[in-house]
Design a protein around this ligand. Structure first.
Ligand SMILES: [Mg+2]
Length: 366
C-alpha cells in the first residue's frame, strides 16, 4: 500500500464566544490544516495540525503549509505507513514536528481503515471506552475561580487546570488557595503558568502554597530554568511547552527533572512519537495528559484514541478546543466533551469522516 495523492486544505476555525485570550495573545480565529492522504488501495486517511498562533510556540500556520509543500512530493509512491513515512520525513526536513504530525495522523487513520481497526487498537488498545477531559480556568480573581471550580465539579469534571503567572505571586497563591478550598475530594488540580514565571517567582509560589498538593505545570521558560528548580520546590513539577521532542522527554525523565507531562500530539510529531512518550511515562510512573494546542475533529479524535490507551492512574485528562469551535467536520457528529468526559469514537481509523466540501479547494495537491 503506497501513497498515491496528498491534498492539503486550509480551514478557518472561528473562536466561539471569542476572542480567546492567553499569555501569547488574543485570537479570534485560527487556521487549521487538514491533510488528506490517498493510498493506491483507494482508501483515504485524514490528518490535521493547527498551531495556536505564531507566539505560543515556534509552530505557526504558515510554517505548517510550507513544511507540507516541502515534504508531500517526497512521500508520493512510498509506503503509506506511519513509521516508514516518519523516517522519510525526518530525512527530508529537520524539526517541524507539528507538520509531520498531520501526515502521521493521516497514515494511522488510513492504516485503521485498511485493517478495519480503530486507531486506539493500532496503538495497543483502548483501556476504557471514555476518557476524562480537564477544564482550564483562565487567569482571574480568587472568587470567580472558586465559582468555576464548583460549577465544573457539578458538571462531572475530575481534573482542573488553573492558569497562573499573573505577575503577582501573592495573587497567584490566593487564586490557588481559593480553588483548593472550593474543590471536592478527588478533584485533581494543576497550576499552569505557560512559562510566564521566573525561577524566583516559582520558588516563592511553592513556599506560599506549601500545604496545597497542587502540581505546578511549566512555570518557567527554558529547560535550564527547569533544571535549576530541581530540589527547590515543595510541589510536583509537570513539563509542557519545553517537551519539544522525544529526546527532551527522555532526558527530563532520565535526569529526574519532572514528575509529569502536559503533552501535545502535534508538538511531539504525531501518534507514533506520542506512543513512545506514553510508554516512557508509564515506565517512569509519571502523570501525562494528551492534548493539542488547538484544532478540530481530526486532532480531537487522535487525542482521544491515544488518551484511551494511557493507564487511568497516570492519566491527567485530555484538553480539546471543541468547546471553542462552532462546527464539526463530520456531519454525523464529531468529538464532544459531555459532563467532563469524552467517548472514544467507534469505527475504523479515527472514526471521524470529514465533509470535504467544508474545506473548499486544496491549497496544495500532489
Ligand atoms: Mg500547559
Amino acid at each position: 500500500m503506497n501513497i498515491r495523492k496528498i491534498s492539503v486544505f486550509a480551514h478557518e476555525l472561528k473562536v466561539v464566544n471569542g476572542p480567546y485570550v492567553f499569555s501569547g495573545g488574543t485570537l479570534g480565529a485560527l487556521t487549521t490544516y487538514l491533510v488528506k492522504v490517498e493510498a493506491d488501495n483507494g482508501l483515504i486517511g485524514w490528518g490535521e495540525t493547527c498551531p495556536l498562533g505564531p507566539t505560543y510556540q515556534p509552530a505557526h500556520a504558515l510554517g505548517a503549509e510550507a513544511g507540507l509543500r516541502e515534504m508531500a512530493p517526497k512521500l508520493l509512491g512510498t509506503a503509506a505507513l506511519p513509521r516508514p513515512a516518519m523516517a522519510l520525513m525526518d530525512q527530508s526536513l529537520d524539526g517541524h514536528n507539528y507538520v509531520k504530525a498531520a501526515i502521521d495522523i493521516a497514515l494511522y487513520d488510513l492504516l485503521g481503515k485498511t485493517t478495519g481497526q480503530s486507531v486506539s487498537t493500532l496503538l495497543g488498545g483502548a483501556i476504557r471506552p471514555r476518557i476524562p477531559s480537564y477544564y482550564a480556568i483562565s487567569l482571574m480573581d480568587p472568587d470567580p475561580t472558586a465559582e468555576i471550580v464548583r460549577e465544573k465539579q457539578r458538571e462531572g469534571y475530575i481534573a482542573l487546570q488553573i492558569k497562573i503567572g499573573s505577575g503577582d505571586v501573592v495573587k497567584d497563591a490566593e487564586v490557588l488557595r481559593a480553588a483548593w478550598d472550593a474543590r471536592a475530594p478527588g478533584m485533581a488540580l494543576a497550576a499552569d503558568a505557560n512559562r510566564a514565571m521566573t525561577t524566583a517567582e516559582t520558588i516563592q509560589l511553592s513556599q506560599l502554597i506549601r500545604d496545597l498538593p497542587i502540581a505546578l505545570e511549566q512555570p518557567v521558560r527554558t529547560m535550564e530554568e527547569v533544571v535549576s528548580l530541581k530540589g527547590r520546590l515543595n510541589h510536583a513539577l509537570y513539563l509542557d511547552e519545553t517537551t519539544v521532542d522525544v529526546a527532551t522527554v527522555l532526558s527530563a525523565f532520565g535526569r529526574d527533572y519532572c514528575d509529569g507531562l502536559g503533552m501535545k500530539i502535534t508538538r511531539i510529531g504525531g501518534l507514533g512519537n506520542m506512543a513512545i512518550v506514553r510508554d516512557m511515562a508509564e515506565a517512569r510512573r509519571a502523570m501525562i495528559s494528551v492534548d493539542d494546542s488547538w484544532g478540530g475533529n481530526i486532532i480531537a479524535a487522535a487525542c482521544v484514541h491515544m488518551g484511551a490507551t494511557v493507564r487511568p492512574n497516570l492519566f491527567r485528562g485530555t484538553w480539546l478546543a471543541a468547546p471553542y469551535i462552532d462546527h464539526h467536520y463530520d456531519p454525523s457528529g464529531g468529538i464532544e466533551i459531555r459532563n467532563g468526559w469524552i467517548d472514544v469514537p467507534e469505527g475504523p481509523g479515527l472514526g471521524v469522516t470529514p465533509d470535504e466540501t467544508l474545506f473548499g479547494a486544496p491549497v496544495l495537491e500532489v
